[in-house]
Design a protein around this ligand. Structure first.
Ligand code: SF4
Length: 445
């Protein structure tokens, strides 16, 4: 009998409530597309199922395909869905594999009788190696079950320059769905792993074993040239880091006559210190810079070890405004906030006429130093609440109800402001504002 070579690669839905910003930002499943490319090369028959865009339910697809193995990835908030899908796959007799950002750090949370392997690095090749029957003890960054007990092969940083080109067949098939705000479709490109900074609230600097590593920039430009999409979302945790590399990026994009729009993350201190470079990047199509403003006061910025103050944040916004690039200013509402602190973010946005703003609730990620500080104040253990929209630990100066009230007042203010200014005209403002008003008086997620 011929060996079953079918592998189902799964990215679960983000949430099962409607209040989840689906249809506003929907991310290309880039990680699965790397694995897909490796599996095809090794003679397997992979299929992607992305819960953000699929109409056929997962269980139905599983039964249609009858795969030999199922690989499932996701973030903290998707942990419950990842486990549910792994259980279902095991019931169907599949080999079950777990990977992705959450599993990289919190792999122990997936130790279960329905999981066979957990991959703890960005490297897509071990998935194929396991399926080809390589001895698991020879593969690093892998957790595996042996005689019912889990063995952990230590994680090692992956060399990003060994990544293959992702296979974007699935992205092209669903290009009516993958977007960053009004940029539709928006293809994802990764050029680095991890982040060289150490902000206290962030775990992105812990991935890839905490090792920051860059791809050869000529190879990045070559990949971008080959993507059939006008919008490129560079998903590095901090793309605006290395001045020389960015100058080369702009030069190569110009030389090759590539005309696209770009979205990337970038710190305020870098933007503020490099107005000339930002002009060069604007000229080649930089459209949004996602910048962690985090707080309207220096006290919180210091506590977060952000290494930026408000003067720098303001200067960065002026630089981006002057070269015609949109700043998406990202704020954190701390768990020590008073009503006045929520208002201070609204005032900052108004004072500086920031057009694009996003707000997250401070969420201590699992298995971090930060969560140890909050361990006695945690009010939920449900991973779906780790979505930066929920309060997961008792606020210190407001009740949970009071906190949600002020948080949603701030969101409504920002949404109404955006509506009046005509940004995001593709959004169903009425739906979101009605949901936020309901959530002011009893958050239902
Ligand atoms: S917040 Fe940004 S700059 Fe700070 S550690 Fe995280 S990714 Fe790096």
């Amino acid at each position: 009998m011929e060996k079953n070579k079918t592998v189902l690669l799964v990215h679960p839905e983000i949430s099962r409530t409607k209040y989840n910003f689906a249809g506003i930002i929907d991310n290309e499943p880039l990680e699965l597309e790397y694995i897909y490319a490796v599996l095809v090369k090794e003679g397997f028959e992979p299929y992607i199922w992305d819960g953000q865009v699929e109409k056929v339910p997962y269980a139905k697809r599983l039964r249609e395909l009858r795969p030999y193995a199922v690989y499932i990835c996701g973030r903290t908030r998707q942990e419950g869905f990842m486990k549910e899908y792994a259980r279902e796959a095991k019931r169907c007799g599949c080999v079950t594999m777990i990977g992705g950002l959450h599993a990289q750090r919190c792999y122990k949370r997936f130790f279960s009788d329905y999981t066979d392997y957990i991959f703890t690095s960005f490297d897509p090749t071990p998935v194929a190696e396991i399926l080809k029957g390589a001895p698991p003890e020879s593969i690093s960054s892998l957790c595996r079950k042996r005689g019912g007990r889990w063995t952990v092969n230590a994680a090692v940083p992956h060399d990003i320059n060994k990544l293959p080109r992702p296979d974007r067949t699935y992205f092209y098939r669903h290009s009516d769905r993958y977007r960053y705000l009004e940029l539709l479709p928006a293809a994802h490109v990764r050029t680095t792993y991890s982040c060289p900074y150490r902000c206290s609230f962030c775990v992105r600097n812990c991935v890839n074993c905490g090792v920051y590593t860059q791809r050869d920039i000529a190879d990045v430009v070559d990949e971008i040239a080959g993507i059939n999409c006008d919008n490129i979302y560079i998903i590095d945790d901090d793309f605006l880091f290395d001045e020389k590399r960015l100058e080369r990026f702009a030069e190569l994009i110009r030389q090759r006559g590539i005309h696209k729009r770009y979205v990337c993350y970038g710190r305020a201190d870098f933007v503020a210190a490099h107005p000339e470079l930002m002009k060069q990047l604007a000229d080649i199509g930089l459209y949004y810079v996602l910048t962690g403003i985090e707080a309207a006061d220096d006290k919180h910025l210091e506590a977060y070890k952000k290494r930026c103050d408000n003067n720098v944040n303001e200067k960065a916004l002026r630089v981006l405004d002057s070269v015609g690039v949109n700043m998406m200013g990202m704020f954190i509402t701390d768990l020590d906030f008073t009503a006045a602190d929520f208002r201070s973010i609204a005032k900052w946005v108004k004072r500086h006429d920031l057009k694009h703003a996003a707000v997250s609730i401070l969420t201590p990620e699992m298995d971090t130093e930060l969560i140890k500080e909050y361990k006695d104040r945690l009010i939920t253990r449900d991973p779906s609440h780790w979505d930066y929209l929920h309060v997961v630990a008792e606020p210190s100066k407001l009740s949970v109800k009071g906190y949600y009230f002020h948080y949603h007042v701030l969101l409504i203010y920002l949404f109404l402001r955006a509506w009046r200014q005509g940004v995001y005209d593709f959004i169903d403002y009425k739906f979101f504002i009605t949901s936020m008003i309901k959530n002011m008086f009893g958050f239902g997620g």
